[in-house]
Design a protein around this ligand. Structure first.
Ligand SMILES: C[S@@+](CC[C@H](N)C(=O)[O-])C[C@H]1O[C@@H](n2cnc3c(N)ncnc32)[C@H](O)[C@@H]1O
Length: 199
């Protein structure tokens, strides 16, 4: 993430956050328990919302985003450790975490397939995977529009892809969806799911 994007991110997101996202984040993060990993924590918007977690490890590759998130650390109710890392290469042992959280991240990760495999590896079997993401829409016209817009959108929004088929990625990687809520038609999804590991 560029310094400029990191600087203006909260400002541009604020109307959506106030209108809808804050409530969605609150509900999602309230379900994060035990030893928690957050992927791509950005400006740390979720940090003050953790209450049931014992400890949160937040990974974020961008030093500009990390710098912006430091003030939110002070507002958290649980211990949070920041680690500069990418979701595709997580510096943690297998089966470390009880819960993995990702909000508005899978759209931006350059190799989402690799990130899913890493997320599964470090999450315990039957561990919780909690996601709030924008995804490829079901309507053919709208999903084609997402395909068309993605090259431009990616340039404006620092690598964000409008057409990521994250729901399908979860399904093909044995992540069992327990609950899914859709917002703005099916552009945004809230997913509560479980990591199934082959024995
Ligand atoms: C749209 S922002 C979302 C930030 C925050 N999670 C939120 O809910 O507002 C996307 C974030 O993903 C991070 N990101 C980009 N590539 C990543 C990767 N390979 N692994 C983990 N995070 C990544 C970006 O640096 C950025 O902070």
């Amino acid at each position: 993430m560029s310094r400029l994007f990191a600087k203006w991110y909260d400002f541009f997101m604020n109307p959506l956050e106030k209108k809808k996202f804050k409530r969605i984040r609150k509900e999602l993060i309230s379900k994060a328990s035990g030893n928690v990993l957050e992927l791509g924590s950005g400006t740390g918007i979720n940090f003050p919302l953790y209450e049931a977690a014992e400890k949160v490890t937040a990974i974020e590759p961008s030093q500009h985003m990390i710098a912006r998130s430091l003030s939110k650390l002070k507002k958290s109710f649980v211990p949070i450790e920041m680690v500069q890392a990418s979701a595709e290469e997580l510096p943690f042992a297998a089966n470390t975490f009880d819960t993995v959280v990702a909000t508005l991240v899978f759209c931006t990760i350059p190799n989402p397939e690799k990130a899913i495999l890493e997320m599964k590896r470090v999450c315990k079997s039957e561990g919780k995977i909690l996601l709030f993401e924008h995804v490829k829409m079901e309507n053919r016209f709208l999903s084609t529009l997402q395909d068309w817009l993605t090259p431009v959108w990616k340039k404006i929004c620092d690598g964000c892809c409008l057409n990521r088929d994250t729901i399908n990625l979860l399904k093909v990687h044995d992540i069992t969806i327990l609950k899914m809520q859709k917002y703005y038609s099916d552009l945004f999804i809230f997913v509560e799911s479980v990591n199934k590991k082959k024995v």
